[in-house]
Write a protein that binds this ligand. Structure first.
Ligand code: PEP
Length: 254
């Protein structure tokens, strides 16, 4: 099956409104002139500028996502954001289970699952991040760990909604300035693991509809080979796309 290509960036705890305005002005000029055949391009800003970025993106072929959310619709959850609040800002997707949230804020597989179901229930595309640690890779259990994360995250997703989920395979050892990018062969093999895990839950046909992106030390120099690897449907990028020219370069490669 021919799936859509996705290229996007998570801004993490970076970018004030003025930074985002400059970024979107430059990215917008490119996107407006790019014509047909663009991949699905997305940015994931921090909550403080989410509504402003969504408003500016409205006239662009650009999707906007939140970096996290709670699974409950409302209640006494100080500091949290509900699915409807994310939607109300104008966002189309929500990043869930990034390795930083798992490692630093105790986000569990079960919590990610509740968030995935809540996102779908609210009409948001869940961008589910999964990945193996260096230790798991060293011990030869990378595939098991990734399969477990996928199976728990997508547990209970209705079969006809599996195609609305996007998975980002992001090996923890590949992310950030000390990371080493996965080889295209490794990425391809682990993307196949992701797809098999989805197929085990929801059947091969549903799994075939789900886009699986690669993330971790992507640069314009390695993007082409990663995108050409079997089962790699796109890229989720940090540092290399924090300047608009970086994201533009990656979109051109895609
Ligand atoms: C990330 O943090 O999800 C990521 C992919 O970061 P980087 O591209 O900077 O390694």
């Amino acid at each position: 099956m021919r799936r859509r290509t996705w290229i996007g960036t998570g801004w993490k705890m970076n970018f004030l409104l003025a930074d985002a305005e400059g970024y979107l002005a430059e990215l917008g000029a490119f996107l407006r002139g790019a014509g047909d055949g663009l991949p699905a391009v997305f940015v994931v800003p921090p909550f403080t500028i989410l509504r402003s970025v969504c408003q500016r993106a409205r006239t662009l072929p650009l999707l906007v996502g939140a970096q996290n959310m709670h699974w409950e619709a409302r209640g006494a959850y100080t500091g949290e954001i509900s699915p409807a609040m994310v939607k109300d800002c104008g966002a189309a997707l929500v990043e869930l289970g990034h390795s930083e949230r798992r490692a630093m804020y105790g986000e569990t597989d079960a919590a990610v699952n509740r968030k995935v179901l809540a996102a779908l229930g609210c009409g948001l595309v869940p961008l589910v991040c999964v990945g193996d640690t260096a230790e798991e890779q060293r011990l030869g259990v990378a595939a098991e760990s990734v399969a477990r994360q996928v199976k728990i995250a997508l547990h209970g997703v209705p079969r006809d909604r599996v195609g609305d989920v996007v998975v980002a395979y992001e090996p923890v050892w590949a992310i950030g300035q000390d990371g080493t990018p996965a080889s295209p062969e490794w990425a391809s093999a682990l993307h196949a693991v992701v797809r098999e895990a989805i197929a085990a839950l929801h059947g091969a046909e549903a799994a075939d509809r789900c886009a699986v992106l690669y993330g971790g030390s992507v640069t314009p120099a390695n993007a082409g080979a990663l995108l050409a690897a079997p089962d790699v449907d796109g890229l989720f990028v940090g540092r290399a796309a924090w300047a608009p020219q970086g994201l533009v370069a990656l979109v051109r490669i895609a």
